[in-house]
Design a protein around this ligand. Sequence first.
Ligand code: FMN
Length: 217
Amino acid sequence: MKPIKDILRNLKSLAGPFPDFYTKDLPHNPSDLFMEWLKASIEEGVHEPHTMTLSTVDEVGAADARVLILKDVTRNRWYFATSTTTRKGRQLKSYPNVALTFYWSEIGRQVRIRGVASEMEAETSSKDFLERSSGARALALIGNQSKELKVREDLDEALLKTKELVKQAPDTVNPNWKLYAVHANEVEFWQGDPERKHIRVQYQRHGERWGYRLLWP
Ligand SMILES: Cc1cc2nc3c(=O)[nH]c(=O)nc-3n(C[C@H](O)[C@H](O)[C@H](O)COP(=O)(O)O)c2cc1C
């Protein structure tokens, strides 16, 4: 077996072919360009294009990150959902400045979003909770995400109880479940190029107005 360093060096990255990205006449608002790219990723059969990395910082400024599901996109806002009692939930309370990162490898595209996360009102969050699958609701109703699991059987036992609860009372909501909106202040679109002439377009928000510029790859 070769050393892992050599195996890694021989793996291909950004081999293409990739779609064109014309930077003339770009939309004024990055949410519009994001929607174009998201739709393209769905049409091109990108694997789970609605997954993204949410990066946060904790109370001592140490970075943290994990993968979440994108729940919605509206003008200047990207949405995800989680429980306020998790590690990320606590981090968001102390420091709502976050980053979201999408990588659609099949089409060589990355989108980076920086912004401020805020909790949506209870009604909207409950609606999101009830739209989830019964299994996902049962797990979230236990409410122990990110706490230590002493033995695997504790999870089985708790799930059995909350699955029954979901069956008996399907409208039960975990009040700690929140939909968060990330109000973006910077969005970067990165189109990979097999020749390494990658294209980067960075939008920045000034109040309600957006401007954009190209960046060196
Ligand atoms: C594909 C994928 C989708 C996920 N979606 C969510 C999600 O929408 N909400 C969530 O709370 N956790 C989701 N998770 C689990 C998180 O990555 C993470 O393990 C969990 O939220 C605990 O994070 P924390 O300890 O930083 O709070 C997902 C994981 C993967 C791999």
